[in-house]
Design a protein around this ligand. Structure first.
Ligand SMILES: [Zn+2]
Length: 251
């Protein structure tokens, strides 16, 4: 009996300081964490107190601030308030999104309606001539695309997608009643009929054009007009203005 008690006492002597140290350590870090969190909430509230500026809504910063408040304040915001605090979307919601580029049509172009920037038309005319000569039809699956409202005010989208400025089309190539899609075109120059190979070669050889099959992430259905970053940003801003002011398409 006496032996067992001693043994338990022994454990207690060793364990109690460890437990005390552990508990106080946990408390200390909890307090520290609360302080940091408190500071974050303060910063977040400062950000949200600012009235969003239409030209520079700092939307991502405001979203971050809202997340901080939701996480650490103990009183999460409801979704309507979150929306109001992020950005006054009513500014954009009442705008009709017009397509700021004209429709492009030509004899070999089939598929979806094609909207491209007029700068791209001449290259597409040449592509059309080539396709006509070799019995190819160009089935367009995608052309001009808008970014979503929430991104529309960005100076330039991270990817500088040519589709956002009407400088790109995605196509399947139709030859002898067969469609050559992304999977088939990615085999270029193998396993494709000569006219299809020549069609792609024609795109590659045109110094004004870029073919998506040469991208790091292969996108063989993509045909784009080359633009410098400066040119891209200039056109992108014109597009955004065109969309936001309901102006007529760029002709
Ligand atoms: Zn594309």
């Amino acid at each position: 009996m006496e032996k067992q008690k001693l043994w338990i006492n022994g454990i207690a002597v060793i364990l109690i300081p460890i437990v005390v140290a552990w508990v106080s350590n946990t408390f200390a870090s909890a307090i520290k964490q609360n302080e940091v969190q408190g500071q974050f909430v303060e910063i977040a509230i400062d950000i949200l107190k600012e009235t969003p500026d239409e030209d520079n809504p700092k939307e991502n910063l405001r979203k971050w601030a809202i997340n901080i408040v939701n996480k650490y304040s103990g009183v999460p915001l409801d979704s309507a308030t979150t929306k109001e605090l992020t950005y006054d979307f009513s500014l954009l919601a009442n705008k009709t999104i017009t397509i700021p580029v004209p429709e492009y049509q030509n004899s070999q172009f089939i598929g979806k309606k094609t909207y491209v920037h007029p700068n791209f038309s001449e290259s597409l005319d040449r592509l059309n001539d080539f396709a006509q000569g070799s019995g190819i039809e160009i089935y367009v699956t995608s052309s001009f695309r808008t970014s979503s409202n929430s991104q529309i005010r960005q100076i330039s989208p991270a990817t500088r997608s040519r589709h956002l400025i009407g400088y790109a089309i995605d196509v399947n190539v139709k030859y002898a009643d067969k469609f050559y899609n992304s999977r088939l075109l990615s085999k270029y120059p193998n396993d494709l009929p000569d006219p299809v190979v020549e069609f792609i070669q024609h795109i590659i050889d045109n110094p004004l054009l870029e073919w998506g099959g040469h991208f790091n992430v292969k996108d063989p259905v993509h045909i784009g007009l080359i633009a410098t970053e400066e040119e891209y940003d200039k056109i992108y801003l014109e597009m955004v203005d065109g969309i936001l002011t309901d102006s007529k398409p760029i002709q």
